[in-house]
Ligand binder design. Structure first.
Ligand SMILES: Cc1ncc(COP(=O)(O)O)c(C=O)c1O
Length: 454
């Protein structure tokens, strides 16, 4: 404490000087919010002062709101004035809600009861032998349910034998990166802008070549001009622009793959959510010979499950499984069985219908709040998924706006953060995880922050 609160202990006015030294230490956050101060008796002994002096200083700082006296836990540094003001102005800071963060479903909708029933059923019925190290691709019974679901809902053309269950789409990308690298690929093309996470997962093994996206999705002509022989695409709902890969582009992409021996890596990350029409089927269903299909339960259920899947042409699939085995000997079995049970009993479909209804309303609420607070600013992305893009005026600093918003408890992502190259500024805004009222309030705060930016 002596070092933390230096002050002159000689002469008159020592209580005032101790108070001032403590005040400075709190303001400069050398004494951080929540830190417990020594008892008045201990501090007095420590500093060689009478206890009354310390009591006087503590009482003054308690009166100022800088310290809090808690029965049983002593005297504690209060949250800083700055933090308290920010929290009062922005309830999101205090609650840690981060509204507008893209890519996250409403975790409050997680079907806990259905999941518990599914898990219970599985834990009671799996055989002892099922609890052994299993097939690194995941139990066959799980993959059968998944294959049936993907065929029915995404028009995928695959069987259980083609699938490997992974720890989220993230692991599928990481595994595939290794396989392609071992296969002699040095680069992988990827939509620009695109997912930062996916780029990172691939960048461990490969150089990622950005290929531009326009209103029709990936520019296949630009892809053809690169040396890449593998490309990551999000055809159903491009991340982050939200466009759909146009039919002519789909055809051109498949033609590119067949002509060059190229590989289409289809990230079908949020395809279950389409609000104005049925989603288009996946590219894999049309071209299984040249497509690796990657999916995830992160957007439909919860990222915490770490449940994803990959289907690949046989040549790649066997090596994906070798890597999967060498990395983790396979994923958690009981969770996979519970997921399969949810698929088989219709619990997954019921949950998706419920989530879809909520997200459609929330998207509408976000769009109308943006209309109100950012008049004239275009909103990009079809009515699908969990996010949209707010276009900012040319020259706007989207990274600065996203950083200022983050400091106020909001979660938008700058479009520039999703790029390797220069491009028009914008914000990627998620809407699934918050109510219409919360979104309206978040957009009002965002507009205020935008006006206050230099
Ligand atoms: C474009 C994209 N693909 C895939 C994923 C899913 O990743 P995971 O299944 O590892 O949670 C995300 C999640 O943020 C994403 O944004």
């Amino acid at each position: 404490m002596e070092a933390l609160v230096p002050f002159d202990r000689t002469g008159r006015g020592v209580a005032g000087r101790l108070t001032a030294a403590l005040r400075t230490a709190i303001e400069q956050e050398r004494l951080a919010a929540g830190a417990r101060l020594p008892s008045s008796r201990e501090l007095a002994a420590d500093l060689g002062l009478s206890r009354g002096v310390v009591v006087e200083a503590y009482e003054q700082l308690i009166a100022e709101g800088r310290l809090v006296a808690r029965r049983g836990s002593g005297t504690i540094v209060a949250a800083s004035v700055h933090t308290r003001q920010a929290a009062a102005a922005d309830p999101f800071v205090a609650a840690g809600l981060r509204p507008l963060r893209p890519g996250i479903p409403d975790l409050g909708l997680f079907p806990r009861a259905a999941w518990r029933r599914a898990y219970d059923r599985m834990v009671t019925t799996v055989r002892d032998a099922d609890l052994d190290y299993g097939d690194p691709a995941g139990p066959m019974a799980v993959r059968e349910q998944l294959a049936a679901y993907l065929g029915r809902v995404r028009a995928a053309r695959l069987t259980a034998a083609d699938l490997t269950v992974t720890a989220g789409a993230a692991q599928a990308f990481a595994l595939l990166g290794r396989v392609l690298s071992a296969d002699g690929h040095r680069t992988v093309a990827m939509e620009e802008p695109g997912s930062r996470g996916v780029r990172e997962q691939l960048a461990h093994a490969l150089d990622v070549l950005p290929v531009p996206v326009d209103d029709d999705g990936l520019d296949v002509g630009a892809l053809e001009r690169t040396r890449a022989r593998a490309v990551v695409v999000t055809p159903a709902h491009q991340f982050p622009t939200g466009v759909v890969l146009a039919p002519a582009r789909r055809a051109a992409l498949i033609a590119w793959a067949r002509r060059t021996g190229g590989l289409i890596i289809e990230d079908d990350y949020d395809a279950e959510f389409r609000y104005d029409r049925e989603p288009v089927g996946c590219v894999q269903g049309v071209a299984p010979d040249v497509t690796v299909y990657i999916g995830s339960a992160s957007k439909a259920l919860a990222p915490a499950l770490r449940l994803g899947w990959l289907s690949a042409p046989p040549r790649h699939l066997s090596r994906v499984r070798v890597h999967k085995r060498s990395i983790d000997l396979g994923g958690p079995i009981l969770e996979q069985y519970a997921f399969a049970d949810l698929l088989a009993t219709g619990g997954y479909d019921r949950h998706l219908r419920r989530a879809r209804r909520a997200y459609r309303t929330r998207r509408d609420a976000l769009v109308s709040a943006l209309d109100r607070h950012f008049p004239g600013r275009p909103v990009h992305g079809v009515a699908a998924g969990l996010h949209l893009v707010l276009a900012l005026p040319p020259g706007a600093d989207d990274a600065a706006l996203a950083a200022a918003a983050a400091a106020r408890g909001l979660g938008p992502v700058a479009l520039s953060a999703c790029r390797l190259t220069e491009g028009p500024p914008g914000l990627v805004l998620g809407y699934a995880a918050h109510t219409a009222d919360e979104l309206a309030e978040a957009v009002a705060v965002l507009a205020r922050i935008n006006r206050e930016l230099p």
